[in-house]
Design a protein around this ligand. Structure first.
Ligand code: HEM
Length: 206
């Protein structure tokens, strides 16, 4: 296999795992935005969505897509040269997304393994407790912003449309702010169930 075909194969894998993941992410972020309405709205939407993404076949495909996205992304880092600002933004946002996906999905799987329901409160606990909120606000804010920057950079490289690309990036940042606002009850901070508080204390030592 020539170096050229290898890069093409990696790119193809990265592209298709990215598309698969994007479908989940669109529903997932819509679910997170429900926190602006109420905890119960978030829980109800997640319950409905879980009937699809928690199906063993769908979840297996999703987890394979996560692993493929991270592995192919990291390998592409070493095989491509980045010159333009858009290429740099694509690579740096992708690096953060790889880090985020590993920790986020790892935490969800670990939480489930310990017997916790990884529902609204699982994510909300870190965001509403002190001092973990100082870690989780930038952690989630950057994750959602990184997705829109990644997509905006790809859009710019493919179409050259600066207006649309900036629009995609700004929308992502606004969605990120809205999710944090919803999860923290407009920064008035939510009371968390004891089991979720305990899980965060174990990790952050307070
Ligand atoms: C910004 C706010 C986000 C919050 C509050 C959040 C919260 C959650 C929660 C609570 C779960 C567990 C779902 C369940 O048990 O049914 C979860 C799972 C997951 N999240 Fe997120 N998430 C966020 C962003 C993201 C982003 C940006 C990505 C992708 C880059 C992502 C990818 C995933 C994946 C792949 C799973 C595993 C699904 C499964 O197999 O059950 N999340 N997230």
């Amino acid at each position: 296999m020539t170096r050229h075909t290898k890069v093409f194969t990696l790119k193809t894998w990265h592209y298709y795992s990215g598309i698969t993941l994007s479908v989940f992410i669109a529903f997932h972020l819509f679910n997170q935005l429900m926190s602006l309405h109420s905890e119960n709205a978030h829980l109800a939407v997640m319950k409905a969505f879980r009937t699809v993404y928690r199906h063993p076949v769908v979840e297996t495909i999703l987890l394979i897509a996560v692993a493929s996205q991270v592995v192919t992304g990291i390998r592409l880092l070493f095989s491509s040269k980045r010159k333009s600002a858009a290429e740099k933004i694509q690579v740096y946002s992708g690096m953060y997304l790889s880090f985020f996906l590993l920790f986020h999905v790892g935490a969800v799987l670990y939480g489930r393994f310990t017997g916790l329901d990884t529902n609204f409160y699982f994510a909300a606990a870190g965001l509403n407790m002190y001092p973990s909120t100082f870690f989780f606000i930038p952690y989630y804010l950057l994750a959602v912003t990184a997705i829109s920057l990644h997509v905006a950079a790809i859009h710019y490289i493919k179409t050259g449309s600066g207006g649309w690309s900036r629009g995609i990036a700004v929308i992502g940042f606004i969605v990120a702010l809205l999710i944090i606002t919803g999860f923290t009850d407009r920064f008035q901070w939510r009371k968390m169930p004891a089991a979720n508080e305990q899980f965060i204390r174990q990790t952050f030592g307070r």
